[in-house]
Design a protein around this ligand. Structure first.
Ligand code: UDX
Ligand code: ADP
Length: 475
């Protein structure tokens, strides 16, 4: 037993909650809770004052996160029962339940560098809660965390607190960006992990009650803490594995007459396999897949399970190969030199309907092409110039100045394609499909190339216009 307290949390129902971290998880999740639970006061806090100011923007198009359906919910709840604030301590002290939703990036230093999750933000939160809390609290971990983090949080809270009781729950978030609001409103399941003591059970039931305001009871699964923490990593690892599996087949299809989409459809009709997560792409990105798999690899390795670690690591190796393969194909098709050639990127976000670019395939494809001295021009409907440069500068492959010399970010896709040698589609934004591709063709240098990393466009139509059209997974 690693929870020693048998104290029963005294609260009868939850009236005030707070969430530490106003990011892609905390923001949408708390907005939906506020909308569905008008009787609960929800305060989202963050140490990043700019981010909080953006959440409080009168102009709802300036919220820090782009997510379909989000601004309508914020409009309906903000300053009624949903508040965004930088007053972290006050919100912690007032709340019955504290969600921790801060970032857990992969470590960039020391032991576990490049694999283990960096828990320093979580630890800072736990220490802060211990310092500030004067009444009993339920502390909920919402960030993706490696297994056994709840134990660490519990330890800090028990040893440094003001003598109040804490019950720690794991409640991982399964929303996908771009469909976050729908995923939250109609969640397949909610997972609540907690201690198997009377006190832990009471905390789990109290948190379940929040979700029961809009979800059927059967979809709320209660488990022990470790199962809950591990399930989040495993769910993401399984999803990422499907993408890497179909991407491995895309390479095979490009060497044969098979078409990866037909293969995916054929296998997806098997109800045991199912049709989702079989879209071959330039590679998966996002804040979770790579990070969670690396965590799984690190944990397995630390426990001496080398074969398990190697098995999961291969999913990442396959994903890196897919990004590299896409860039290499551009280079070899453009007569083995892209130096000084204008290549236009449509899309920078890691998928459509989000402004998030974390681990986006576009970053790595751009990096490979910039190393060959290509001139890149980037357009994404929701990603700002400063973010594109931040992503590239972070890689440290070139100086910030070199990146700015070789790459420009533009707001008008039509102006961008003027005299371009090639267009590469990196994100599957719907609007790209409706562009005037004949006009685009006229403006480009000939022969005009399209490299479709998302299989977004109609191959026959593009070839009819005159493009040399290449897509993932089909010759
Ligand atoms: C994922 C999980 O889906 C979600 O449950 C978890 O809470 C967080 O991680 P997210 O990263 O937001 O969500 O997006 P997701 O839709 O899963 O896509 C991840 C990446 O895989 C994207 O880059 C996407 O383009 C790519 N992908 C997905 C494919 O390449 N092919 C597919 O068939 C599906
Ligand atoms: P996610 O996708 O998991 O939501 P984000 O990086 O979008 O991750 O959001 C995490 C947020 O947590 C950031 O806005 C960051 O400023 C905030 N944060 C990190 N540490 C703390 C802390 N100790 N107190 C308050 N907020 C924090």
């Amino acid at each position: 037993m690693y929870f020693n307290t048998e104290d029963i949390i005294p609260m009868k129902e939850i009236t005030k909650i707070c969430c530490i971290g106003a990011g892609y998880v905390g923001g949408p999740t708390m907005s939906v809770i506020a909308k569905k639970c008008p009787h609960i006061q929800v305060t989202v806090v963050d140490i990043n004052a700019d981010r909080i100011a953006q959440w409080n923007e009168a102009d709802l198009d300036k919220l820090p996160i782009y997510e379909p359906g989000l601004k309508e919910i914020v409009a309906a709840t903000r300053n009624k029962n949903l508040f965004f604030s930088t007053e972290v301590d006050k919100a912690i002290d007032e709340a019955d339940v504290i969600f921790i939703s801060v970032n857990t990036p992969t470590k960039t230093y020391g032991k576990g560098k490049g694999q283990a999750a960096d828990l320093k933000f979580i630890e800072l939160c736990a220490r802060n809660i211990a310092k500030v809390a004067t009444t009993d609290k339920i502390v909920v971990e919402k960030s993706t965390l490696p297994v056994r983090t709840a134990g660490a949080i519990k330890n800090i809270l028990d040893n440094t607190g003001n003598g109040v009781n804490f019950e720690i729950l794991s409640n991982p978030e399964f929303l996908a960006e771009g469909t976050a609001i729908q995923d939250l409103l109609n969640a397949d399941r909610v997972l609540i992990g907690g201690d198997e003591t009377p006190s832990g059970q009471k905390a789990k039931d109290l948190l379940s009650q929040i979700y029961e305001n809009w979800l059927p009871k059967e979809r709320i699964l209660q488990t022990n803490v470790w199962s809950s923490e591990l399930s989040k990593l495993v769910a993401n690892a399984f999803l990422a594995q499907r993408v890497s599996s179909i991407n491995s087949i895309s390479a095979l299809c490009e060497k044969t007459d098979a078409n990866v989409e037909e293969v995916a459809r054929a296998i997806g009709y098997d109800s045991r396999i199912g049709s989702k997560f079989l879209s071959s792409s330039v590679g998966f990105g996002g804040s979770c897949f790579q990070k969670d798999i690396l965590n799984l690899v690190y944990i397995s390795h630390s426990l001496g399970l080398q074969e398990v670690a190697d098995y999961w690591e291969q999913v990442i190796i396959m994903n890196d190969y897919q990004k590299r393969r896409f860039a290499d194909n551009i280079i070899s098709t453009l007569y083995n030199t892209v130096s000084g050639k204008k290549i236009v990127f449509f899309g920078w976000a890691f998928k459509k309907d989000t402004n998030d670019t974390r681990e986006s395939a576009a970053i790595y494809v751009a990096d490979a092409l910039l190393e060959e001295r290509a001139e890149l021009s980037v357009f994404d409907p929701q990603v700002k110039e400063q973010i594109v440069f931040r992503d590239l500068d972070y890689l440290n492959t070139r100086t910030p100045e070199e990146n700015r010399n070789l790459l420009t970010v533009v707001n008008d896709p039509m102006e961008q394609v003027e005299n371009a040698h090639a267009i590469a589609i990196l994100t599957e934004w719907d609007e790209f499909k409706t562009y005037d591709w004949e006009k685009i063709y006229d403006k480009m240098l000939k022969p005009a190339f399209i490299f479709d990393g998302r299989r977004l466009l109609d191959k026959a139509k593009m070839e009819e216009i005159g493009f040399n059209y290449y897509r993932i997974g089909q010759v």
